[in-house]
Design a protein around this ligand. Sequence first.
Ligand SMILES: Nc1nc2c(ncn2[C@@H]2O[C@H](COP(=O)(O)OP(=O)(O)OP(=O)(O)O)[C@@H](O)[C@H]2O)c(=O)[nH]1
Length: 708
Amino acid sequence: MERPQKSHRSRQSGPSAKKKSNADKKKRDITEEKKQNPKAFAFNSKVKAKRLQSRAVEKEQRRLHIPTVDRTTGEPAPYVIVVHGPPQVGKSLLIKSLIKHYTKHNISEVKGPITIISGKQRRLQFVECPNDINGMIDAAKFADLALLLIDGSYGFEMETFEFLNIMQVHGFPKVMGVLTHLDKFKDVKKLKKTKQRLKHRFWTEIYDGAKLFYLSGLIHGKYVKREIHNLARFISVMKFHPLSWRTSHPYVLVDRFEDVTPPDKISTNNKCDRNVTVYGYLRGCNMKKGTKVHIAGVGDYNVAGLTGLADPCPLPSAAKKKGLRDKEKLFYAPMSGLGDLLYDKYAVYVNINDNLVQYSKVGDDDTSRKGTEKDVGVDLVKSLHNTKYTVDEKLNKSSINIFSQKSNSLNEIMNDDDEVHVKHLVEPKEELDTIDSDDESDDSTETGSPRFKNDKKQTFADNNIEEEREFHEGRIRRKAVFGNESKPDDQEASDEDDETENDNSNYESSSSDEDEEEEEEEEEEDIEENMGNASKWKESLLERTVSRQTTNLMQLVYGKSETKSNDSSYENIDASVSSDDDDEFFKPKNEGKKKSSNGLEGDEVNAADCSKFTNYARIKDWKNEEIIESIRDRFVTGDWSKAAQRGKAAETENENDDDVFGEFEDLETGEKHDGDKTGDTNKDIDADVEERRLKKLALRAKFDAQYP
Ligand SMILES: Nc1nc2c(ncn2[C@@H]2O[C@H](COP(=O)(O)OP(=O)(O)OP(=O)(O)O)[C@@H](O)[C@H]2O)c(=O)[nH]1
């Protein structure tokens, strides 16, 4: 016999009993408080309520996306974080500070991608974006996250908007803003005001609530630890959604390259075809041997060989433990001269700092060795001692430069016939050249004026942003001036200003006074008005989407649609697009209209599949009562035998209809067939057909009677 189970007896003493009672008490306190003072737990500020609501909706919206299938096998390649900003904004310093935070190592220079391990399952690759358009285009192609650095003391510069526009056409990776040089503000109120203004402008450009970090200044030449810690946290937990184009195309961000052309070949012909081996992580999908590769800024090349190498910066073991041990905080920055081990197909190079090595500079005049036989090995080593520059240094001297536009770039070294070896973990890196800032400062010294403004303003991409070149702090800067924005100095500083949620000292707005909030609200509205509610560059998104939609793959394969789309909305869009078309000007009058109205040339996405035959005569108007009635008997509740009869009647009708279209001309024989005549001559055949049809009907009726 089964005994009834004992009911659970909760603990009366000990730590778990204590814990439970504490939790119960807390819960009771909160509900009691709520009962006593219900107002305290409701929204008492419409600004806050509005903000909370929009945040919740945004979060919800962000969650909604088409599920992406992760087809990557093995360890995922590091995420690429591109640090972008105008010259001297602090890009290198930010990368150095982040590397220091993650690895506890100081790096002296930022050159090429720097790979670090940021967590048990995550690696990051930091790249400084070059300050030229070509570099920006390349960076936008591989960035998983773009950190946009903005000089807070100066305001937005054109470089930021240029990069945003470039990213827009490359799938728009994740974006976060970082304000630097905030320590230049002496007035706290002005600082707050500026922060808020820049934040709103940033939101206008990206989206409401886009993350903007503030780096308040430098301590011992580095950004404040706490602020870097917060930024690093965000990067470490950020979710990266793969961009569809990238996941279906293999690409490599080169973090090291070597010229492996035999030296004698170069010595005989300095301009000979070179063999270059590039290393980097392969992303996207697998790459086949023999694939042609495009090297940004250089050209298209054949891949001579492809080898999988050991990961130079492997993820820590999957053993269960919290966090990373210091030993596991690896990093790999071959171009910055970091990481003591270099792996190659043929060798492992150990990097030993020069100060740790004492070279025996033994010359030929060494008396101790006199008389001994000359050893080839010794000679070789001696010649190595005498080498002034390493291969890397020599390469650097020749300024191999993929991204920027130097004349002596890799472009010149490599000819079209050159072969490229792509090795496992790669990225074509380039010398991250400091933009034209040098040239600019040269200009400035020529000008000799401490500060000048270029009267010539350029409108940026029709989006209400104007470029204003001015001489500032020893160089020419390209300030972004917004058409509808009042000057910052004109704006009154408000007493209370909310800090953004990611403000390092305070994550939530702390003001509670209603008056203040109303003021704040008005202020925010003012700002919104001044800045326009939506960024102009986003307006082109719809157009872009529509223009993309008009590319109809089916039409490309099967030719133009011959049927008119039923979807009126698409017709409208189509009409608007075609009316914008410049070609319209060159068409004979009314032709454009004719085409769009008869739908023959329409690019409607929803047009019926012209590859399949559709008998439009059979399409019925289902609003018509009679037609609805005609199918009533086809349902379970109806009389099926009636339906069968009706069906036969309809078929006969259709067959008769078909006879109407019986006329045709045999193009091969030139013989003309008249539909009616054919009907007469084939009377006997028709009689047979009719007989067979009746037989069929009888059989069907019999069947229906058996299985009602
Ligand atoms: N006062 C102050 N100085 C800063 C700040 N951020 C960077 N700097 C200084 O600005 C200078 C330029 O910093 P970098 O990190 O070299 O700037 P960059 O953007 O890499 O410069 P380029 O590579 O030449 O474009 C350095 O001297 C930094 O110390 C900041 O927030 N406040």
